[in-house]
Design a protein around this ligand. Sequence first.
Ligand SMILES: C[S@@+](CC[C@H](N)C(=O)[O-])C[C@H]1O[C@@H](n2cnc3c(N)ncnc32)[C@H](O)[C@@H]1O
Length: 376
Amino acid sequence: MTITDAPSADELRHHMADHLVRAGCIRSKPWRAAFLSVPRELFVPDFTIRTQGALHRYSQGDPAWLAAAYQDVSLLTQFDQAGTATSSSTQPSLMAQMLEALDVQDGDTVLEVGAGTGYNAALLSHRLGAGHVVTVDVDPDLVAAARTRLRAAGYEPTLVAGDGMAGHPERAPYDRLLATCGVPRIPAPWLGQLRPGGVIVANIGCAIARLVRGDDHSAAGRFLPGLATFMNARPTADTVGASAGKLVKPMLTWTGHTRDITVPAGLDTPGPLFLASMLQPTVRDFTLTDDDGRQIRCLFEPNTSSWARVTMTGVTSARLDYGGPRDLWAEREPLLAHWRDAGRPGHERYGLTVAWDGVHTLWLDEPEGVSWHLPG
Ligand SMILES: C[S@@+](CC[C@H](N)C(=O)[O-])C[C@H]1O[C@@H](n2cnc3c(N)ncnc32)[C@H](O)[C@@H]1O
């Protein structure tokens, strides 16, 4: 029998950094150095990992805790009363891609929205110096804990408790803005607090936008390669969201209007999922199985309680049941039809322009090409 020592934190950090380099997520020496230097475990004394729907809890001192802290997964660190995760340390491969996409230069000042555990702020502080990092979280308790842990790691960036949708004007203008919570639309203060030529990297819908600010307070750009969804920005620290699970029963029984529709093939591929999330960022999209074993696609918009249910009746034909003030399916139909007719482009062929007045325009291939105004 051979007895092998458990890997040290140093070894685990090297292993994680090597993995991120091999996966193409870390592309530069300074970010590799940051991931090699900052101890992730310091920021996550307690966390939960979700694997195939099951939750596994780890606490400092558990034999498996240290190795788990270096897995390339999101470490959930806070839940609301409904059991929805409200804070986490983001999956390192996603963090690395977003940090690389920021394309920071020495001397840049970065505003991070969503301080969470403070780990990302520590990586930014390692790269740029803590004096160049401002990080905001809506939850004052998280901010206090992040401050303590950042200090223990040797970093003292500016930590702010407040609504990151308002940015942090006191330190503006910023060279870069990184949001690690999802937003339905880019908040106007972010554009106002970014210098011309500055870069925003933020999750909208199920994609990560990388936008460059123009001279006129507008910003435009494309999306990072993979699709990813962060936890949504919340109005307050104690918001309790209705989980899709609570909608399961009513969604299959509600009655409303009915009509026959044609559904483009490939609806569950990344392209349509991306388009739907951009057009209707507050709509929850999920599939349920009815009593007859049929897969029913369900849409639900919590602000207006609008809903839609799509039951396939053929390869591309379906019955639509819907109710509420918004006809959710009709809203997405033109965009999906265009996507089908355009040869089913992936999300990387689309781009986004946010005008100075907050109007969001999605375009295909070129800003001057086919475009759609996204409702506010
Ligand atoms: C995925 S976590 C952030 C991960 C963090 N960057 C880290 O390295 O640990 C998302 C965070 O966004 C915060 N958040 C949600 N709504 C917010 C808002 N309106 N303003 C600022 N932060 C917000 C949450 O409290 C949560 O901590």
